[in-house]
Design a protein around this ligand. Sequence first.
Ligand SMILES: [Zn+2]
Length: 218
Amino acid sequence: MKLETVGILIDIKPLSERDSLARIFTRDYGVMIGVMRGAVIAKKNRPLIGQVGAVSWNARLDSQLGVFHWEASRNMAALIMADFSRLAMMNAAFALIGALLPERERYDRLYNQTIDFINSLSGCRDVVGEYLGWEINFLREIGYALDLSACAGCGKHNSLNYLSPRTCRAVCDACAAPYIERLYRLPMTLDVAMRLIERACAAQGADMPVARRILCHK
Ligand SMILES: [Zn+2]
C-alpha cells in the first residue's frame, strides 16, 4: 500500500541508531506515523520539525508501521528558531495534534489553519492571541466547539463572564450564580483553554502534552 500527499513534520524521534519514528500531519490523510530510514545519521537534508513537504508512505500491509519518503520543500520554523516563546507555541500545537487527533483521519480545515498559524508566528505581534485562535479551532475539531455569542441559559448577549465546560457555551452572570463553582471564568485565556484540553485528554485517555502545559507556567 502506498499513499502520497503533502504535510507538516510535527514530531521525529530516534527509533534505532539509524532510523527515526516520525509523525506527519498530512493534508489528505491527517496524522500519519512511519519510519524515516537513515534520519538519525543523515548528513544533509536531515528531517526537521516544522518542515513542510511532499511525503509518500509505504507499507506492505495497511496495518504495518509504514516507511516514509520525505521531500522537505520549506522549513516553516526557520524564522522563529531563535525565539523561544514562538517556538514553544509551535511545539504545543504539534504536540496537541499528535496527542489528540486519531491517525489517518482527514482534517482539511485544521490542516490549512495550522499552516497559516505557523506562517504567521514569525511576523505577528500578539503571539498568544494567534496561538489561542489556533487552539480554539483545534478544540472545535475534537468536539469542543465554543459558542461565546449568547448565554446558554437565557440567550442574552451581555455579562457573558462564564463558560460551561460541558456545553462549551457562554453563561451570563445571573444564570451562572447557582453553578459558579462548576463553570470557567471568561475571557478565554491559555489557562481556560488548557482546562478544556485536559478534559479532552481525560476523555481520550491521553496524557496532557508537556509542550502544551508549559505555556501556562511562565
Ligand atoms: Zn443568562
